[in-house]
Design a protein around this ligand. Sequence first.
Ligand SMILES: Nc1ncnc2c1ncn2[C@@H]1O[C@H](COP(=O)(O)OP(=O)(O)O)[C@@H](O)[C@H]1O
Ligand SMILES: [Mg+2]
Length: 266
Amino acid sequence: MPLLRVDDVVVQFGGVTAVNHANFQVEEGTVTGLIGPNGAGKTTCFNVITGLQAPTAGRVFLDGKDITRMPVHRRARHGMGRTFQRLEAFGSLTVEDNVRVALDVHNGFRGLLRDVDGSADLEIAALLDRVGILEYAEERADSVPTGTARLLEVARALACDPRLLLLDEPSSGLDEAETKAFGSLLLELAAEGRTILMVEHDMDLVLRVCHGIHVLDFGSIIAEGTPAEIRTNPVVQKAYLGYSDDSSAADLDETIAAPVSEEVAL
Ligand SMILES: Nc1ncnc2c1ncn2[C@@H]1O[C@H](COP(=O)(O)OP(=O)(O)O)[C@@H](O)[C@H]1O
Ligand SMILES: [Mg+2]
């Protein structure tokens, strides 16, 4: 059974159909990519999965359980974590205190008692180290580079020990070395049995780390498969090419068809 199943989901905003009968599933212990042109409905899909947006029609299943109408906080308790495309850290708190808040919320009263022995500090340091931003621990969150703030969001999500982690454009703002390290982290998390669904524009990262990829266009899934299948899928190439002018079309064509080493923002 897949860990997550999006079943025939429709989201309408007035006359705009943002998600149009989307169907896809995510297997446990995988890194799965949700890609597609701007406006394809990726963030809206995330909002439906996490409970921020009620679907007009369709259902969402987590581990076989229908969670379509489950409130956001209960989904978190069922092991769902997310980061946002717009950064959502508490700017006036330090980096480490941002993680502390998430940890406190996750652990509740028992966690606060447990912290008498300072174990939360160790846990926070371990989380910051894991995402590679321990050196920024004592800086205010609104003073760190965008890439660091993005990694902080991932550390905060991990503080809640999620079984399913949804990442919306996690690599934007990361430099090449950070992106590489981040890809390795995602693979480690999956190897631990966590499940990751990410919206991501960096095709190099997506093709390198994803086990499976779903392609959304105009709110519907138009293709799904392994990185090798997606890279060479003519329907995918056409969807992307349809969004670009003639000059960049050739580049995109090459990149999608080319070896994984090419990097492009679609
Ligand atoms: N809250 C909203 N109200 C009205 N239209 C929206 C809203 N959110 C998204 N949309 C529209 O839905 C479509 C899909 O948006 P979105 O899910 O953000 O796409 P993506 O994340 O793939 O870029 C777009 O046409 C967008 O303008
Ligand atoms: Mg988006």
